[in-house]
Design a protein around this ligand. Structure first.
Ligand code: FMN
Length: 412
């Protein structure tokens, strides 16, 4: 666990204490600034382990201490994470024990930023947070509330209990979709109107990519059919990139037969130009009329030919959320519909957070509160897992591979 120099460093002692009581072997690394706010002895006391502060300290045993900790860690939590530490990690700077260890570890890293709300909202800090997310760091969003300065704003470290819960979830996430073939779609589609212009929508693909990444974390074999987005491929996921709705339909229909679960999170354009111009349309003095024709109903067709597959759709709404979502569930023969408001703060297109109402065939309704899209994705998979387990579809899990025991020559 890393503790950097934020005023919330005192809460870190409670986090370490709770993790230790749960049986974790916690090794604390403090930045120099953190040691000015809380004494290392406090963390040594609550963790029962020596606290690392100095990269160049004499090692207790001959190993390079930060590499040894980086190797041993099953998970790294930084709480609080200062704007400074995030900036250094985002830039690949390793100038102290904490940043060096984090850059050297292969363990998952969770950052819990805490700072004044103006610092958190600073575009450079936000860009660093986004860069870190893309590099695979999980970020626990700071909470809204009373800050150390006395002002109200978003910047508080969540209470220790919630931070510990996130750590426990990350460490013990079950591989409950092991081997399940899953197909996810994400992003917008682009419908050309001439060689340089297209019709599209504001979908960023973040929800679909989070769903694909979360399914892969749980052991699923994931194929992601993605419209044009500016996102890195999630680790362990096969990504098929497409441009238009017609291309997406072809790829999805071709691959759906091999999938046990299909989640259609893409914002597919309903219409395309009847004929895309072959030369750039020129500006004229009158109106320009483009005739649009309907695109293939990708999810409708999947619903008609569903077989034993479990089919999950999204309903992006600006009014009558539950009524519209239920109508879509029935019309498209879905097993689960994930309904979200696209006109509310922190939800829908382009945001890093989302909130969903999950409605299943039997009428069950589950509210997923506003949180990071990856956490929302896991809530969707929890529900899907429940539906698979309820015997509504057959789970096709291949036999477990033979255990691979290292024999010293790198062979099994
Ligand atoms: C009393 C005090 C409280 C601070 N609180 C925070 C904070 O909550 N968040 C933050 O990002 N920086 C905070 N800072 C500024 C950091 O300590 C400073 O940027 C430092 O360089 C961080 O170093 P580190 O990231 O290596 O720990 C605070 C500074 C002081 C003196």
């Amino acid at each position: 666990m890393g503790v950097s120099g934020g005023i919330a460093a005192y809460k870190a002692a409670e986090i370490v204490s709770r993790l230790t009581r749960l049986g974790a072997d916690v090794h604390v690394i403090m930045t120099a600034a953190a040691t000015r706010l809380v004494g290392p002895m406090t963390f040594q006391g609550v963790s029962g382990n020596p606290v690392a502060t100095d990269l160049f300290a004499e090692p207790r045993r001959w190993n390079i201490e930060h590499i040894a900790l980086a190797d041993r860690a099953q998970l790294v939590l930084v709480a609080p994470a200062t704007a400074n530490v995030m900036g250094k990690l985002a830039a690949g700077i390793a100038d102290d024990f904490l940043t060096t260890t984090i850059l050297a570890t292969e363990a998952p890293v969770i950052l819990a930023p805490a700072m004044h709300d103006r610092m958190w909202r600073n575009p450079i800090v936000q860009a660093n947070a986004e860069r870190l997310r893309r590099a695979g760091f999980a970020i626990i969003e700071p909470e809204y509330g009373r800050l150390a300065s006395g002002a109200l704003g978003q910047g508080r470290l969540p209470d220790p209990e919630s931070v510990v819960e996130v750590v426990v979830q990350a460490m013990f996430r079950p591989k409950d979709l092991a081997g399940v073939p899953v197909l996810v779609t994400a992003g917008p589609t682009r419908e050309r109107i001439d060689p340089v212009r297209y019709l599209s929508n504001f979908s960023s693909g973040k929800m679909g990519y989070s769903l694909a990444a979360a399914a892969a974390e749980r052991g699923a074999r994931v194929t992601l059919v993605s419209g044009p987005v500016d996102l890195p491929s999630p680790p362990g996921v096969e990504v098929v990139r497409v441009d238009s709705a017609v291309e997406m339909a072809e790829e999805v229909w071709r691959r759906a037969a091999a999938a046990q679960v299909v989640v259609m999170a893409a914002a597919v354009a309903d219409y395309r130009a009847a004929e895309a111009a072959t030369a750039k349309l020129k500006r004229g003095s009158g109106d320009l009329v483009i005739r649009l024709v309907p695109n293939p109903d990708i999810i409708g067709e999947l619903g008609r030919t569903k077989g034993k597959r479990l089919l999950v759709g999204f309903a992006a709404e600006t009014d009558d959320l539950v009524i519209n979502a239920r109508a879509k569930l029935a019309a498209k023969n879905l097993d689960l519909v994930c309904a979200n408001w696209v006109d509310r703060a922190g939800q829908g297109f382009g945001t890093d957070t989302n909130a969903l109402t999950l409605i299943d065939r039997s009428g069950g309704v589950l509210e997923v509160p506003l949180q990071d899209k990856r956490a929302v994705a896991h809530a969707v998979w929890d529900r899907v897992r429940g539906l698979l387990g309820a015997g509504e579809t057959e789970v096709l899990v291949p036999p477990a591979p033979d255990p691979c025991l290292p024999s010293g020559d790198g062979q099994c």
